[in-house]
Design a protein around this ligand. Structure first.
Ligand SMILES: *Cc1c(COP(=O)(O)O)cnc(C)c1O
Length: 424
């Protein structure tokens, strides 16, 4: 079956035809392609097409798809069984890797997704502080957690339902939403309600509304305010963790949160998440403390094998300069073409992450991001796809670079993307 037929069949028995909304191409039009297999930086579709992939499974494929070392690690683990429901030694290896790499991580608990990690980190912060309110920022996405699905990013924006149905107002009421990069509103909020706030949760580099860069000293000030008011600072590093540096955004910035949520890269392509942080907070988790959190498959040997292999490779290879220079190449090609053609384009970049906004203003918050042209993005996306380059199927997602993007494929991709821009 080709993608068109597969999607038609899926729509009959899977809501919207997909198991995660942004895959449906709602933001860019057309039928999503179905992937048959993926190797390195290439995706092969069920239609027999080969695409250069800049979505990289939404981040996890930092070494490219189907990496041999990760595959071997999974196969070796598989020999001994898939899930035990008892502790296993691989969990210790994983915990040691995470605590050695992530600055805030004195203790860590494994989960199966980013959503579980942010959900659990917020519960832990509430249990620890005995306060109910939390602060999030408009445009930041933290998975589909009830109290965090307020003014969230890409999927929700793309589908025009920033506040999902099914979330009681009473839950959302405890979530204070602030504009990112606005120091004054942060200070006002803390002055008025600081002693009632359990946690501030944010993506230190918001990357689910396109990419937004934190203004100078903004996160430093946030760190100080949280310390002053006894508020737990949670960095959601599900994207930025192991991506912006071996220790995530917190290591890159030199700002240590109290807790952080991890996902995506940490699983080496299998479904894994984790949350980690200060010992005095983490010890409040069950069974050592009174905040309940659990997972039947959490820490299972296959996921631990894949994740640990990925983290070991990051430690060994320290690939961050190389990843950044690959992103630099594409970003400068895009900027150059936009300038030449007189297209209002913003291409914010943080290390190997970047995004494309059709916008004449620098994008420093959600409101400005929302003024970007989604129409132009959809055209750009479809031109790229026609040319064999797959970028995020939403104007409000970032592009992911992998180590498997060779010079040859980067040059080919740049040519296609520049051509797509010039054709707009
Ligand atoms: C992807 C993502 C999540 C959710 O992770 P899932 O594994 O999809 O549940 C949470 N936070 C951020 C910043 C993400 O990008």
């Amino acid at each position: 079956m080709n993608s068109e037929n597969l999607f038609g069949e899926c729509k009959k028995i899977i809501p919207g035809g997909v198991n995660s909304p942004v895959r449906a191409f709602g933001g860019v039009g057309g039928t999503p392609f179905f992937t048959r297999r993926a190797d390195g930086c290439l995706i092969k579709t069920e239609d027999g097409k080969t695409l250069i992939d800049f979505v990289c499974s939404w981040g996890p494929a930092i070494f490219g798809h189907n990496n041999a070392r990760i595959k071997n690690a999974i196969m070796n683990a598989l020999e001994n069984g898939t899930s035990f429901g008892t502790p296993c030694a691989r969990e210790l290896e994983m915990a040691r890797l995470i605590t050695s790499m992530v600055p805030c991580a004195e203790m860590v608990r494994m989960t199966n997704s980013g959503t579980e990690s942010t959900m659990s980190a917020v519960r832990l912060a509430r249990g620890f502080t005995k306060r109910d309110k939390i602060v999030k920022f408009s445009g930041c996405y933290h998975g589909h957690v009830d109290s965090l699905l307020v003014m969230a990013g890409s999927g929700a924006i793309t589908f025009g339902t920033p506040n999902s149905a099914g979330i009681p107002n009473d839950f959302a009421r405890l979530t204070i939403v602030l504009p990112f990069n606005d120091l004054q509103s942060l200070e006002n909020c803390f002055k008025a309600q600081g002693s009632e706030i359990a946690a501030v949760i944010l993506e230190p580099f918001p990357a689910n509304v396109g990419l937004i860069l934190p203004k100078k000293n903004y996160l430093e000030k946030l760190r100080m305010l949280c310390s002053e008011y006894g508020v737990v600072l949670i960095f959601d590093e599900v994207i930025t963790g192991f991506r912006l540096s071996s220790g995530g955004a917190q290591k890159l910035l030199g700002i240590t949160p109290d807790l952080c949520a991890l996902g995506k890269i940490i699983g080496g392509g299998l479904p894994v998440g984790a949350f980690a942080g200060k010992r005095e907070i983490m010890e409040h988790l069950s069974p050592s403390g009174d905040v309940y959190q659990a997972g039947t498959l959490s820490g299972n040997p296959l996921a631990m094998a894949a994740g640990a292999e990925a983290l070991k490779m990051l430690k060994e290879l320290n690939p961050y300069a190389e990843l950044k220079s690959k992103a630099d190449f594409i970003v400068s090609a895009l900027k150059g073409a936009a300038k030449e053609k007189g297209i209002a384009l913003q291409v914010p970049q943080a290390e190997s992450l970047y995004s494309v906004f059709f916008n004449d203003e620098e994008v420093s918050n959600y409101d400005i991001a929302m003024r970007s042209s989604t129409k132009l993005y959809a055209k750009f996306f479809n031109k790229c796809l026609e040319g064999g380059v797959y970028i995020a199927p939403s104007a409000f997602e970032v592009s992911f670079m992998s180590l498997a993007h060779s010079k040859e494929y980067l040059e080919r991709a740049a040519e296609v993307m520049v051509g797509a821009l010039k054709s707009l």
